[in-house]
Design a binder for this molecule. Structure first.
Ligand SMILES: CC(C)(COP(=O)(O)OP(=O)(O)OC[C@H]1O[C@@H](n2cnc3c(N)ncnc32)[C@H](O)[C@@H]1OP(=O)(O)O)[C@@H](O)C(=O)NCCC(=O)NCCS
Length: 180
């Protein structure tokens, strides 16, 4: 079986409508994994505002907000946030893939690519992520990319009407000393 290729690029305001469509269609399926969002999150207008916020954080060096693309279409998001410089040189990874495109290897390949952005373009030393304890697909995506777990935070995030534990993941990218 052949699958479409995967690529990633920085998000643009013009991605808002396709992202809003994916999020609205998958709202119920994602509710087990994502926090509850306000109604505007599922609209093009709400996504334009969110993307502008993300691009502002990109320009100030706090994040790298990307989209996952297959066959020329946006099928998900991949974001490095919370970039911390100084002696840490680390960033926090988040991602989702729209339901019609899941289980085709897109998230695993997108994470491989974003790790290259983190180390080669941003010069980061360490990648971190967190998942819910039972998000086995997400565990697989991280394990496919050399991440290991480093701890559990109890009662860490309120999702689907409950405080849930989070599993924390890490991967070292380069051993180079930070430039001062
Ligand atoms: C988690 C998510 C990003 C995975 O995206 P994807 O493109 O389907 O991931 P991939 O195809 O690269 O890999 C999925 C792997 O998980 C495995 N998998 C899928 N469902 C699984 C399950 N219920 N239990 C165990 N493994 C599972 C697949 O078999 C595949 O394994 P492989 O690499 O050995 O083939 C996607 O399901 C998603 O967006 N879910 C909703 C939001 C979310 O959970 N985001 C992550 C928050 S931490």
């Amino acid at each position: 079986m052949t699958f479409a290729a995967t690529s990633i690029r920085l998000i643009e305001s013009t991605d808002a409508s396709v992202i809003a469509d994916h999020l609205a269609r998958d709202e119920e399926a994602s509710s087990r994994w994502d926090p509850k969002r306000p109604p505007e999150f599922y609209t093009t207008k709400g996504q334009i505002e969110r993307i502008e916020l993300l691009l502002g954080q990109y320009l100030s060096g706090q994040s790298w907000p990307g989209v996952i693309v297959s066959d020329g279409a946006v099928i998900g998001q991949i974001t490095i946030s919370g970039i911390l410089r100084g002696p840490f040189q680390k960033g926090y990874l988040g991602y989702w893939v729209a339901s019609p495109f899941q289980n085709m290897g897109h998230a695993s390949r997108a994470v491989t690519m974003v790790l290259r952005v983190m180390s080669e373009d941003l010069g980061l030393h360490r990648a971190e992520a967190s998942t819910q304890i039972d998000n086995f697909a997400s565990h697989k995506v991280l394990r496919n990319n050399g991440f290991g777990t480093w701890g559990t935070a109890h009662s860490h995030i309120y999702i689907a009407e409950e405080w849930r534990d989070s599993l924390f993941w890490e991967r070292t990218l380069s051993k180079e000393a930070p430039s001062v």
